[in-house]
Ligand binder design. Structure first.
Ligand code: ADP
Ligand code: ASP
Ligand code: MG
Length: 459
């Protein structure tokens, strides 16, 4: 088999974890598989780098944070038990840190932190971890190459969350990786980062290493894509919120996509797309203990419950657009969503009152200002749209499961379960595929709703 395995930050959070990760890759390789590893930055490092960029912008001292990064990565090399390789790794770390320092000083002198500079600065996290992991594998006696995904994935210049140009990327991925697999090495590729057509470093959005894994998997037609993480697989809900959550053995692509889109951090929302295009199974597995994980396929075989999983997106807002002038005027909704699209605002849910006098939609709290600006530009007079208001600090809860399709009474049971907890629902929407129902509640009611639905459907 040819397998892409991706390790998140917690799977490379210290020297022991690097060794454990290297050993899983080697064991899989020794069982006559071709293995490509995708790796995230060490846990916490992406946030440290963003913090360093801010400090630099404000004219603060970046020496302590650079020192902390150096120590953290040097410590993580403990199991490279080969003097020559250890020396090379430490030199490599220092070279990267000098380059990082230059980027940070640039931010300081320009007094400006663009999304472009941010992408360049955060890229060092994955460049450092991939170096250590590749050398840890080599020190265990198996050949490995560290590959910067710059040479594999081509994107547009939408810094912070760039869009992938698939044809060009797939060509580069196969041209670069196939000869290495043929040579018998384990390539270790940086997750999360890519390069624009103009040659600038870009990123695929927070948590984007999962997406890298499926782009690479689709690019060289792997047999499976493994997402190795700190939980046993995709669970019925986030186990950090509900202690009764348990592993789901199988899910369909559509169910996994809906769940990821509606906030289940265990998978980056775009991960499933490339896998679907080449019909590659995705497995989500625990990198710490051997567990069968969750297998994500085009179609699932096992009999399943009506509701399979529950997710939450926190820190969202509802924006209300209203005005009697909107009634019967064609194209108002189109104009609203075009304006938001032009500002790159992601809309999670939409609802329109039957009177047509109001439209409401849910977005990230961080996008409120941008959305008000976009709407004011699109509707400069009060003729059509009279009022634009919002409430923030709300949560979107989504209930996912393909068994809900055509199952009578699902919504009734769902809302009865949360009504018993005195939860007030601010907005409701059902996906057209009937694989999910989402609703918005206040911050205080978020976890309470999840627990009530879990109890009603999944326990
Ligand atoms: P990694 O560093 O491996 O990418 P993440 O922190 O991005 O890991 O994702 C794993 C986390 O996702 C889990 O620790 C868990 O708290 C969270 N999570 C949210 N929803 C779910 C779910 N339905 N199933 C499993 N984990 C979930
Ligand atoms: N290191 C990146 C992040 O923290 C990407 C990832 O972990 O997938 O968002
Ligand atoms: Mg992740």
């Amino acid at each position: 088999m040819r397998i892409v395995m991706k390790y998140g930050g917690t799977s490379v959070s210290n020297a022991e974890r690097f060794l454990n990760t290297a050993n899983i890759a080697i064991d899989t390789y020794n069982k006559k598989n071709e293995v490509i590893v995708i790796v995230s930055a060490m846990s916490g490092v992406t946030d440290m780098l963003l913090g360093a960029a801010d400090i630099s912008l404000k004219g603060g001292d970046i020496a302590p944070i650079l020192n902390e990064l150096r120590l953290k990565h040097f410590d993580a090399c403990k199991y490279i038990k080969n003097e020559e390789l250890l020396k090379l790794t430490k030199e490599g770390i220092d070279t990267l840190l000098v380059d990082l320092e230059k980027s940070l000083i640039g931010v300081h002198y320009l007094g400006e932190l663009s999304l472009r500079s941010k992408d360049r600065i955060v890229s060092f996290g994955e460049r450092l971890s991939s170096l250590i992991l590749s050398k840890t594998i080599e020190a265990q006696g198996v050949a490995s190459d560290k590959i910067d995904a710059f040479s594999l994935i081509v994107t547009d210049s939408n810094f912070g969350e760039a869009s992938v140009l698939f044809n060009e990327s797939y060509k580069k991925i196969s041209e670069t990786l196939l000869p290495l697999l043929k040579k018998g090495t384990i390539p270790v590729v940086t997750g999360f980062i890519a390069k624009s057509k103009d040659g600038d470093i870009t990123t695929l959005g927070r948590g984007g290493s999962d997406y890298t894994a499926s782009i690479v998997g689709a690019g060289i037609a792997t047999s499976e894509i493994w997402i190795m993480t700190d939980v046993d697989g995709i669970m019925t809900t986030n186990p950090k919120i509900c202690s009764n959550a348990y592993r789901i053995p199988e899910m369909s692509y559509l169910e996994a996509m809906e769940l990821a889109y509606f906030g289940a951090k265990v998978l980056h929302p775009k991960t499933i797309e490339p896998a679907i295009s080449k019909n590659i199974p995705v497995r989500v597995k625990n990198s710490m203990i051997d567990s069968p994980g969750t297998l994500i396929l085009k179609d699932t075989h096992t009999n399943h419950k009506v509701v399979k999983a529950i997710s939450i997106i926190e820190n969202t807002a509802i924006v209300y657009v209203s005005g009697a002038g909107m009634i019967g005027v064609p194209g108002v909704a189109a104009k609203v969503f075009k304006a938001l699209g032009d500002y790159n605002i992601n809309v999670y849910m939409i609802s329109q009152g039957s009177s047509e006098a109001n439209i409401s939609f849910a977005i990230s709290e961080n996008d409120i200002e941008k959305s008000e600006k976009a709407l004011k530009e699109a509707f400069p007079t009060k003729e059509l749209v009279k009022d634009i208001s919002h409430i923030k600090g709300v949560n979107i809860i989504s209930v996912v499961g393909k068994g809900m399709k055509g199952a009578v009474g699902t919504a009734a049971k769902l809302f009865t379960a949360i009504a018993k907890e005195n939860v007030n629902i601010l907005m409701i929407s059902q996906g057209s595929s009937e694989v999910s129902i989402s609703f918005v509640v206040s911050k205080e009611d978020g976890y309470k709703s999840i627990k009530a639905i879990h109890k009603a459907y999944l326990e």
